[in-house]
Design a protein. Structure first.
Length: 282
């Protein structure tokens, strides 16, 4: 691909970072040029607890506005690894039904927390067994799990994310790449992780962070090597989703919040970096 060729990436974003109301989420995303939405919660209810009637209503709202769903951002694996494996398998069955109802194949997941007195190596076998079981269920259900490199879980460094991908070895388990989260665990994302993980990278979660404090900032204002990452993804022929997850106002256990104004700031910062690298967002 020549440097002058424009790549086109479908733009999405975490709707609940804008407002609890899906109608407001949709309006803001459409105004920012997005064609998709990533669904983590609606009306203040997490996707793991949405009733079928709520899923149907959400789909209706999005269909009316011409907005499609890029992924369901689930909390699967954002629990202690000591919980029985069936705990998360049962939750995943529920979330698969949500994904089907919203007509998306992607479900964001994590790779488990551990007690303070346990090391990553201590929990490795338990994590891999659980991730393998989750991936097997996903494969049976014709969905794809996207592992996010959240700080504090087993797969928070490039080496351990690679360990999960190679050990589970399933087409139903791929990577949702997050530059900011790598920064927050002391990693230079592009320099230290990109080449290693690119074969599994299928989804791009957009946020940046400062290495000194871990504070999340708009794209290009932190140490997440967003510019280099975007350039490399474009050169590699990446055509997957770019999903805005700004976290500019607050962050909490199950996600974060930005509000419409800060979300717009984050979207415009990313659009500027994308345009600089010959990437059109649609």
């Amino acid at each position: 691909m020549s440097k002058t060729t424009t790549a086109v990436w479908p733009l999405s974003g975490f709707g609940d970072e804008i407002d609890p109301d899906p109608a407001v989420q949709a309006a803001v995303l459409l105004a920012l040029g997005a064609s998709h939405i990533e669904v983590r919660s609606a009306w203040g209810t997490n996707v793991s607890e949405l009733e079928p009637e709520q899923v149907a209503r959400l789909k209706e709202i999005l269909d009316e506005r011409g907005l499609k769903v890029s992924a369901v951002a689930s909390p699967i694996g954002k629990v202690d690894v000591s919980l029985p494996a069936e705990h998360e398998l049962e939750r995943l069955r529920q979330i698969i039904s949500v994904a089907k109802g919203l007509d998306t194949k992607y479900i964001r997941v994590f790779s488990f927390y551990r007690a303070e007195d346990r090391s990553a190596e201590d929990i490795r076998e338990d994590v891999l067994a659980r991730m393998g079981a989750l991936a097997a269920l996903a494969e049976e259900s014709d969905v794809v799990l996207l592992h996010e490199n959240e700080k504090g879980i087993y797969g928070d460094t490039p080496q351990r994310v690679l360990d999960i991908m190679e050990s589970v070895d399933s087409p139903a388990l791929r990577i949702a790449w997050d530059n900011a989260n790598f920064v927050q665990v002391g990693v230079k994302p592009y320099t230290e992780g990109y080449a290693m993980l690119r074969p599994y990278l299928e989804y791009f979660q957009v946020k940046d962070a400062l290495s000194t404090t871990g504070e999340v900032v708009p794209s290009g204002e932190g140490d997440g090597e967003l510019d280099a990452t975007i350039a490399a993804l474009k050169a590699d022929g990446f055509t997957g989703f770019a999903s805005l997850e700004p976290h500019l106002a607050s962050a909490h256990e199950l996600g974060g919040f930005s509000g419409p104004v800060a979300f717009g700031i984050a979207a415009r910062a990313f659009a500027a970096l994308a345009a600089k690298n010959g990437v059109e967002l649609s």
